[in-house]
Design a binder for this molecule. Structure first.
Ligand SMILES: N[C@@H](CCC(=O)N[C@@H](CS)C(=O)NCC(=O)O)C(=O)O
Length: 230
């Protein structure tokens, strides 16, 4: 049975959720066929019912799960070919740290730079909900990206652990890409799709790595148009 992936969809059907991209990469890594269903923010709580209130959500032959890590873990257990968490799945604990660093340190530094662009891309029916919930976190959306240069300048420090890892190996997963790469690639793909702002300098080593991520799986991530003209 084809897996169904529920994900966020913008007004022009942009699929920009970083967490959904992690799952898309994971599904492609496993070679699993899937179809996607795009949802507005305000449609998520009713899509499959409680307790699933965020996307990604998958329906894998009646097994319904949300949370990107939970989904990746499910995929790895159910389809053990081509492990996601290191050569024999043994790196799960270390990858959890990569997820935590990305979600808790990097993402909050990116949100102010992107949130008004996201607002511009979501469906009309989501706008009031998005403004209300996000302004509680970042203040007025229109002002969130004030001092953008300083905010962008703060990013390399947060990316330093990834720079260090990629000096040692071609992929965060080591000799081949895996979920370690998809965590960060999902987050950078979010920025690529929603915003024309250049968050990572072209000469930054992460740019070359991210371009390789975009080329994976026949360029499936690159096929989603970037906000910034190349
Ligand atoms: N820890 C979750 C986070 C998922 C998440 O926050 N998804 C956002 C979209 S990027 C969402 O569904 N938000 C719903 C809302 O804000 O109402 C995961 O890794 O899947």
């Amino acid at each position: 049975m084809t897996i169904v992936l529920y994900e966020l969809a913008g007004a022009k059907d942009e699929r920009f959720s970083p967490y959904c991209w992690r799952v898309r990469f994971a599904l492609a890594h496993k070679g699993l066929s899937y179809e996607t269903r795009g949802l507005a923010f305000t449609e998520i709580p009713r899509a499959v019912g409680a307790p699933h209130r965020t996307v990604p959500i998958i329906d894998d032959d009646g097994v319904i799960l949300s949370d990107s890590w939970t989904i990746a873990d499910h995929l790895d257990r159910t389809y053990p070919e081509r492990p996601l968490f290191g050569p024999d799945g043994r790196e799960k604990a270390a990858y959890k740290f990569i997820e935590a660093w990305t979600n808790q340190m990097l993402t909050p530094a990116m949100v102010p730079l992107l949130v008004f662009d996201i607002y511009g891309r979501i469906k009309e029916k989501d706008k009031a909900y998005f403004r209300e919930t996000r302004e509680k976190r970042v203040g007025p959306l229109e002002q969130a990206a004030n001092d953008a240069d300083a905010k962008v300048a703060a990013l390399p420090k947060l990316l330093a652990p990834f720079h260090y890892a990629l000096e040692q190996r071609p992929w965060l997963g080591g000799e081949a890409p895996d979920y370690a790469d998809y965590i960060l690639a999902g987050t950078l793909q979010w920025a690529r799709i929603v915003s024309p702002v250049q968050l990572i300098a072209p000469e930054d080593p992460l740019t070359e790595w991210f371009e390789r991520c975009l080329d994976l799986f026949d360029g499936s991530a690159r096929a989603m148009p970037a906000a910034r003209a190349a």
